[in-house]
Ligand binder design. Structure first.
Ligand code: DGL
Length: 284
């Protein structure tokens, strides 16, 4: 198992913020990333439909023999994590619990804000997970549907987005939160703007790093971690537009994004699987 890759997926490129943390914390691991850009964003979709997509992508990634799967999308985690964890034997990690654990460690006032897509916030997943761990915590949540489009246009500063951010976030500040969970993969790219709006007294929590730490802990506990001197490969797959993914991918992840390969989930990926084995062979 050690030399198998980690499979990571998201509705698009946003999950690359999680990949960034996995590369930083586990640089020796191979990663296969799938962005479901053709069907994303998931935020406005019904949770049943997102759950179906998540299952299809998990099946697709299993074709590569991955050793663990990370659902690097809050909306897909909210829609599917418990169900898919019970359906598959392989470890499947979502982004909600790691973010919640970090927020609970940080809060002093036990008033935590959560922002995310409409799907994530309406699912009540954050309230549920926080309530199971500490029922005394008050959760103030808010959907911020316009943020994703702004990030994808690379408009992370300026008066237009600032005005929208104020309308979303100022009422949360008034409710006395001391910690704010960025419950969407795109929001870490808005960290500076969000800090300007909420002020330095509110701690921002991104689940990306915590999720990567959890992946490392699971691999460790199973004895599935690769040796630290291994050279790693990243394969970036998309169901959508290759050129757009490459550009956005560099913004989210950095220069590690080289080739982007178009795939169709649900169709055999034998050639791509072979290509990945060759990539790994070249780096071994
Ligand atoms: N990746 C999604 C999330 O973290 C944001 C983009 C979308 O709506 O699909 O919820």
């Amino acid at each position: 198992m050690k030399d198998k890759a980690i499979g990571v997926f998201d509705s698009g490129v946003g999950g690359l913020t999680v990949v960034r943390s996995i590369i930083d914390i586990l640089p020796e691991e191979d990663i296969i990333y799938l962005g479901d850009d053709a069907r994303g964003p998931y935020g406005p979709r019904e949770l049943d439909e997102v759950r179906k997509f998540a299952r299809e992508i998990i099946e697709f990634l299993l074709g590569f023999g991955v050793k663990v799967i990370v659902i690097a999308c809050n909306t897909a985690t909210a829609a599917a994590i418990e169900i898919v964890q019970s359906e598959y034997d392989i470890p499947i990690i979502g982004v909600i619990k790691p973010g919640v654990r970090a927020a609970l460690r940080k809060t002093r006032t036990k008033r935590i804000g959560v922002i995310g897509t409409v799907g994530t916030i309406n699912s009540g997943a954050y309230e549920r997970v926080i309530g199971e761990i500490d029922p005394e915590v008050i959760v103030v949540s808010r959907a911020c549907p316009e943020f994703v489009d702004f990030v994808e246009r690379n408009e992370t500063h300026g008066s237009r987005i600032e005005k929208i951010a104020r309308s979303y976030l100022e009422p949360m500040v008034t409710q006395g939160i001391d910690t704010l969970v960025l419950g969407c993969t795109h929001y870490p790219l808005l960290e500076d703007l969000i800090t300007d709006v909420v002020g330095p007294g509110i701690s921002l929590i991104s689940s990306a790093e915590e999720t990567a730490v959890e992946v490392g802990e699971i691999l460790d506990s199973l004895g599935w971690k690769r040796r630290p001197d291994n050279r790693s490969s990243l394969m970036f797959l998309t169901t959508g537009d290759v050129q757009k993914c490459r550009e956005l991918g560099r913004m989210f992840l950095g220069p590690e994004v080289e080739d982007v390969i178009k795939v169709r989930v649900g169709e055999p990926a034998l050639e791509i699987i072979e290509h990945f084995e060759q990539m790994k062979g070249r780096k071994a």
